[in-house]
Design a protein. Structure first.
Length: 127
């Protein structure tokens, strides 16, 4: 078995992924399974550095959570205060307040860092 080395290039990444695929069914507690776990950690770190994924902006985070959980705009209105506010937030005509972000984070389990990111507005309140 080869020595595990840092992943520095896309070629190193491809080789590590191939090794992971080969080891996928390794018996937990075995040396092969230990190697699988270490390679998985290295690949994850390399991918996060090489191809970072920005979290969604607040409106996209809300829409995504609504879709995942089957929430409606009426459900959003109950969390943030009114149907008008929910409509304005989803249409990017009103920013979330800290209170709205807090409620969405605690009640809908949307990460707070996604809700407090700056995002563009459209329409009359965009100024």
């Amino acid at each position: 078995m080869d020595t595990i080395k840092p992943i520095r290039t896309d070629e190193d990444h491809d080789a590590a992924v191939a090794d992971i695929e080969r080891l996928w069914d390794a018996e937990p507690g075995s040396a092969e399974h230990d190697r699988l776990e270490v390679l998985g950690t290295l690949v994850d770190a390399y991918e996060a550095q090489r191809w970072p994924i920005d979290p969604p902006d607040p409106v996209e985070a809300i829409k995504s959570r609504m879709e995942q959980a089957g929430y409606t705009q009426a459900d959003l209105a109950r969390v943030i205060g009114s149907r008008a506010r929910a409509s304005e937030v989803l249409a990017r005509k009103r920013r979330l307040t800290m209170d709205m972000a807090w409620r969405l984070s605690t009640e809908w389990q949307i990460p707070a860092e996604s809700l407090i990111r700056p995002y563009p507005l459209t329409g009359a309140r965009a100024a």
